[in-house]
Design a protein around this ligand. Structure first.
Ligand code: OSB
Ligand code: MG
Length: 369
């Protein structure tokens, strides 16, 4: 495939409500969109890095620099030999920076699939037309505010609730949600690394609430700590931040550090590695689900396609557009009976709305090939 131009475009979209996690509060989503132009197609993707390096070490200004000065030149060096399947190998000499690599691989893959008329779902091996949607509910100022938010999401049809937790906001919100909405709802928690192994006895107090899983309680590099914690609590442990590759997934599973994996393509360098994690987990009988990074319709379309693979057996953080944005960058993803539809058009299968794009753009750089 011959790339003619790569555009990097910074956009900022207001969130419909603030989103608070154990590592910070977001009131807007800022991202860099990558547009890959060939003679016949345009591929789009969005960078998952956030403005500050708080979820992982990557951050948006750093990602822009790495993409421009270290990654794109390696794609340029490939010339016409470039395909999406070659991108990861070409970028491998650059250590780390999976989100920066993922956005490039995804935009190249989108352009390639549009040139050949194949959808992401078909390319990746999706076996479902629709995928069940969960919702990630941030830390709130009060239990009343939390219960109102959860009530609203359940009324909309979300099939699973994930509560963000941190020390001081864990037992009470979980108990309040169980008391108000009952034992039937699918409920899980996400700590984003906010605890240590010394908290094991405290975290075991969540056991009676029959949570589906506890996501990333300990530091990202603490695989043995998670394995130890798994022996001290009954709630299944799911890893997010710790898993950056299929090799990480195999090690974590083998060491007993997790029995479920949150797959975020951005965190692992792209959709091809995400699919390998799906496959490794399936081979071990470990279920996976699709995580999110507050994506616009561009990233959401590809995530929903991935979530259609057979071992994505738990509802994902693949919520409808209106959970995040009053106006999305694409036609909105809407909840239909608790599910989102997997796009079937070529590539990511959604179009970027030009007027909205112009409205939210704050900067633009073109790299000619
Ligand atoms: O840990 O899963 C996470 C959002 C930003 C960064 C990290 C996480 C999240 C979410 C929201 O939980 C997922 C979503 O709805 O996109
Ligand atoms: Mg998480």
């Amino acid at each position: 495939m011959r790339i003619e131009n790569i555009e990097l475009r910074r956009v900022t979209l207001p969130l419909v409500s603030p989103f608070r996690t154990s590592f910070g509060t977001a009131t807007e989503r800022e991202t860099t969109l990558v547009r890959v132009s060939t003679a016949n197609a345009e591929g789009w993707a969005e960078c998952a890095a956030e403005p500050d390096p708080l979820y992982s070490s990557e951050f948006l200004d750093g990602a822009d620099l790495v993409i421009r000065d270290h990654l794109v030149p390696r794609l340029q060096a490939l010339g016409d030999a470039l395909t999406a399947e070659h991108v990861a190998t070409a970028l491998a000499p650059v250590k780390g920076h999976p989100m920066s690599k993922a956005v490039l691989e995804t935009a190249v893959l989108d352009a390639q699939l549009k040139e050949t008329g194949v959808s992401f779902g078909r390319y990746l091996g999706a076996v479902h037309d629709t995928v069940p949607a969960g919702v990630s509910v941030g830390i709130m100022d009060s239990l009343d505010e939390l219960l109102d938010a959860v009530a609203g999401y359940l009324a909309e049809g979300y099939l699973r609730i994930k509560l963000k937790i941190e020390p001081g906001w864990d037992l009470l919100p979980v108990r309040a949600v169980r008391e108000r909405f009952g034992d039937e709802i699918l409920l899980q928690v996400d700590a984003n690394t906010a605890y240590s192994l010394a908290d094991a006895r405290h975290l075991a107090r969540l056991d009676p609430f029959d949570l589906l899983l506890m996501e990333q309680p300990l530091k990202e590099d603490d695989i043995l700590g998670h394995a130890a914690l798994a022996r001290l609590i009954r709630t299944p442990i799911c890893l997010d931040e710790s898993i950056e590759s299929a090799r990480d997934a195999a090690a974590a599973i083998t060491l007993g550090a997790c029995s479920i994996i949150n797959v975020k393509p951005a965190r692992v360098g792209g959709y091809l590695e995400a699919r390998r994690i799906h496959d490794v987990a399936a081979a071990h009988g470990v279920p996976v689900w699709c995580g999110g990074m507050l994506e616009t319709g561009i990233g959401r379309a590809a995530n929903v396609a991935l979530a259609g693979l057979p071992n994505f057996v738990l509802p994902g953080d693949t919520s409808a557009s209106n959970r995040y944005y009053a106006q999305d960058l694409t036609a909105p993803f809407v909840l239909e009976d608790g599910h989102l539809r997997v796009p079937t058009g070529p590539g990511i299968g959604v179009d970027v709305l030009p007027d909205v794009l112009a409205d939210v753009t704050t900067a633009r750089t073109d790299i000619r090939f």
